[in-house]
Design a protein around this ligand. Structure first.
Ligand SMILES: Cc1cc2nc3c(=O)[nH]c(=O)nc-3n(C[C@H](O)[C@H](O)[C@H](O)COP(=O)(O)OP(=O)(O)OC[C@H]3O[C@@H](n4cnc5c(N)ncnc54)[C@H](O)[C@@H]3O)c2cc1C
Length: 295
């Protein structure tokens, strides 16, 4: 896409520079109910000035003018993990942002050294997008998802879309089962999306959604968002999981991956055993790196 098209899209989405974002700490609750802000991730609630229908697997580019004179030239992509309407009926998209060393560190409210602020902050934002192909969730009877670390940000919206379709009764026959496998370095990262997952599990009266979490080497005593979430203390056994899911799935399966390189390679290898009409593999644009444990 050329620069002029990008400028026009930004201008359309952010008339008079009034799009806003609320930056909020992600808070995790342990088994003793004590709530602690995470220092390695935040939620950004973006409110475009124009109506915006965020779809599963789509992302936006964000620029934050308050971060300094050159910040307008820095644009960073983030998935819109879920969306909701505000009291006035405006669309709000929520991005889960993992803190890295550059722009995301400047944006973070919690500082590992000083503790930082625990209050949500409202700022101006330039939003470009949404971009990214829609995934054909309505064409398949089963949805199989593989995420590692912050890859969950991309896949959460895919599940949200399946639930929305069901709710609107548009695709009653579609997506019999939805299974998410998510590998993490620390159990505290469950908090990145636990409120939203908890809500989906409550809505899931047919018990079609199953979540399996693999935590490699961590003993954190975090609250799990529902009795149907299983936690394993080991690496994700990708090939075994795909074989067992494909044995029990009836009809076709859409498999989406937003994971680190090594897992993508293993998923592709295991998927090659099945014909396209049974297994449709989609990899999201973003590959989360190998995760570090912090916060
Ligand atoms: C399509 C897409 C969707 C994404 N969605 C999410 C998401 O939902 N949540 C999330 O936490 N992260 C997401 N990311 C990654 C996120 O864009 C980067 O982590 C962020 O831009 C890093 O900013 P930084 O300056 O703090 O990074 P740095 O500490 O400078 O670098 C950390 C890593 O981020 C990469 N990076 C730096 N700047 C950019 C940029 N402008 N565009 C792409 N990569 C960059 C670097 O190559 C490096 O690998 C996504 C990336 C892509 C391509």
């Amino acid at each position: 896409m050329n620069n002029l098209t990008r400028v026009l899209r930004i201008t359309y989405r952010n008339v008079r520079l009034t799009s806003t974002a609320i930056i909020q700490n992600v808070v995790y609750a342990d088994l003793e109910e004590s709530r602690t802000p995470l220092s390695d991730a935040m939620h950004i609630h973006i409110q475009p000035t124009r109506p915006c229908n965020f779809r599963g697997g789509q992302f936006v580019y964000l620029r934050f003018p308050h971060l300094g004179w050159n910040s307008i030239f820095q644009t960073h992509p983030f998935y819109v993990s879920w969306s909701y309407k505000d009291k006035q009926g405006g669309d709000i998209g929520v991005c889960i942002v993992e803190k890295k060393r550059g722009f995301t560190k400047q944006l973070a409210l919690v500082d590992t050294v000083t503790g930082g602020s625990n209050k949500p902050v409202k700022v101006k934002v330039l939003i470009e997008g949404p971009y990214g192909k829609r995934l054909p969730v309505e064409r398949h009877q089963n949805i199989l998802l593989f995420a590692t670390g912050i890859g969950i940000a991309g896949l959460t919206s895919v599940v949200g879309e399946v639930f929305q379709n069901r709710h609107q009764h548009q695709h009653r026959q579609a997506a019999g089962r939805i299974t998410l496998f998510w590998e993490l370095n620390t159990g505290r990262h469950i908090a990145w999306a636990s409120d939203f997952w908890g809500e989906l599990l409550t809505q899931d009266v047919d018990r079609k959604l199953r979540i399996e979490i693999y935590i490699k080497d961590d003993e954190s005593r975090i609250q799990i968002p529902g009795a149907r979430v299983q936690v394993h203390r080991k690496e994700m056994p990708v090939e075994q999981l795909i074989q067992s899911e494909m044995r029990s799935n009836k009809g076709s399966t859409l498999m989406c991956v937003c994971a680190r390189d090594a897992i993508c390679v293993r998923v592709r290898g295991a998927a090659a055993d099945y014909p396209d009409r049974l297994l449709d593999l989609k990899e999201l644009e973003f590959r989360p790196g190998t995760q570090k444990t912090s916060g």
